[in-house]
Write a protein that binds this ligand. Structure first.
Ligand code: GDP
Ligand code: MG
Length: 452
């Protein structure tokens, strides 16, 4: 996926990273190469222009970090920009239920396949999806949907070639009777956008009132993606896109153009012909794949937050092994004092969402006091604290009362529970992720919680 672009980027950046000093000339050379690479990947000219312009101005305003070469910093800037162009943060699908999803797009883009894939995705999350066949022009399309539905054991409502409005009305009713909470409407496409097609889907939209309208788009579409997306968006107010056939040799034009062209998030990607070949689309992971320079990116990230890398890494390893004890807890608190929950949260998922407000820092100070008044053996082996005498001594030693001790234990249990959860995650996946993002960063957090 995006091999073409990532090959080019790798070359540009390995040249740049070797340079000790960056000056206007070698930055300009690199930017010219990036521009060529993007244009050759069929990203639209306007988008490439603004992309390059923005990178240039960021490069100029950069502070130099110790231990990081300027060339590596440029990689990080391009990486951040790529994430933004690919959509920024991942946005979740609507949580409303019942949920109505309208799938639109050109013929052959992968709507019918993506409808089934999406249904399976919802089903695997414990929802009750169904599929409604609204492609009335090709009887084969209805059969295709029925077969897919059977394969994933999801009901398909099809009514033959009656008007789409009637189909929608009947479909909604039947879906309700069947107690489905996610209704996915597979529509007809044309080879090219034409007004009749748009009118038909618009009518359908008036009847269905979908919470989500997804544009299904072949990722090989290139810069034509801009026009297609703009037209569909103007007429139908899209809420997101599904990028298909990312398993093929796509250059990246469509993916890199969508957000800037119409400002809709890419929510999913199709990565093969099978119904399981479907995943959430994460702009940051995609950017990392395109750049193929995860190591440099994390190096710069680390330099930025000035982390005490070794300690934190071993802490997160301990957490994942499920062996979190009081010594680890103490280490964690001390690290947190150094770099805040935000910095540490990148490594230790459980605390990513915690706000370091006043109450929380008081609690942390108390916890630290309690931990420090334990013996080293007690910190290594929490079960030693089953003695109420020792608990009282420790609490007194820390100048606190019993209720704070109980609160402390609760917090510790929370961490421990989380570590067990992490341990249950697929170890192979964990390992490969750790390897891929050697040293950890945002990806680690997201991967850990999303792949279970
Ligand atoms: N390799 C690959 N093929 C896909 C993917 N999604 C769809 N296809 C294929 O693309 C073709 C058109 O898909 P279909 O769902 O019928 O498109 P529709 O006309 O928009 O409904 C079919 O042969 C699918 O198997 C994908 O993510 N990867
Ligand atoms: Mg179809």
């Amino acid at each position: 996926m995006f091999e073409f672009l990532s090959d080019r980027f790798s070359k540009i950046f390995s040249n740049l990273s070797k340079k000790r000093n960056l000056n206007e000339n070698n930055i300009a050379d690199a930017l010219a190469d990036i521009k060529k690479a993007l244009l050759a990947s069929d990203v639209s000219f306007e988008i490439v222009q603004s992309f390059i312009q923005e990178i240039k101005s960021e490069c100029i305003g950069q502070k130099v970090f110790q231990n990081v070469q300027p060339g590596q910093q440029v990689v990080k800037i391009v990486y951040d920009k790529l994430i933004e162009v690919l959509g920024g943060k991942y946005t979740e699908v609507s949580t409303q239920r019942p949920l109505r999803v309208l799938m639109v797009g050109l013929q052959g883009s992968g709507k019918t396949t993506a409808s089934a894939k999406l249904a399976l995705w919802f089903k695997n999350k414990g929802e009750r999806p169904c599929l409604i066949a609204c492609d009335i022009y090709r009887p084969a399309a209805i059969d295709q949907l029925k077969i897919l539905g059977q394969q994933i054991d999801v009901p398909v409502f099809a009514y033959g070639q009656i008007s789409v409005n009637e189909i929608a009305t009947k479909g909604l009713k039947d879906a309700q009777t069947a107690n489905c909470n996610v209704m996915i409407f597979d529509t007809a496409g044309r080879l090219q956008i034409d007004t009749a097609l748009i009118e038909e889907v618009k009518n359908l939209k008036h009847v269905v009132h979908p919470e989500e309208t997804f544009l299904v788009m072949d990722s090989a579409l290139g810069q034509e993606a801009v026009n297609v997306a703009k037209t569909f968006h103007n007429e139908l107010e899209l809420t997101g896109a599904i990028l298909t056939k990312l398993d093929g040799d796509t250059k990246g034009g469509a993916a890199l153009s969508l957000k800037r062209a119409v400002d809709i998030p890419i929510k999913f990607s199709g990565i093969g012909e099978k119904v399981e070949d479907f995943e959430k689309f994460y702009p940051d992971r995609m950017a990392s794949r395109i750049l193929g320079m995860g190591d440099i990116v994390s190096l710069v990230e680390k330099a930025r937050s000035e982390m005490d890398n070794d300690t934190v890494e071993s802490l997160s390893q301990r957490l994942m092994s499920g062996e979190f004890n009081f010594s680890d807890f103490l280490l964690q608190i001390q690290q947190m004092k150094k770099m805040g929950t935000h910095g540490l949260g990148k490594w230790l998922p459980g605390i990513a969402g915690l706000q370091m407000d006043d109450a929380y820092s008081v609690e942390m100070k108390q916890n630290e006091a309690l931990l420090l008044s334990m013996t080293p053996q007690e910190r290594e082996k929490p079960s030693l604290l089953n003695s109420s005498y020792r608990r009282m001594r420790i609490t007194k030693g820390a100048g606190l009362n019993v209720s704070t001790f109980n609160k402390f234990l609760k917090r510790f249990q929370m961490m421990k529970k989380m570590s067990q959860k992490l341990r249950k995650a697929d170890p192979k996946k964990l390992q490969s992720m750790l390897k891929m993002f050697s040293g950890g960063n945002d990806f680690l957090t997201k991967n850990l919680f999303d792949n279970k």
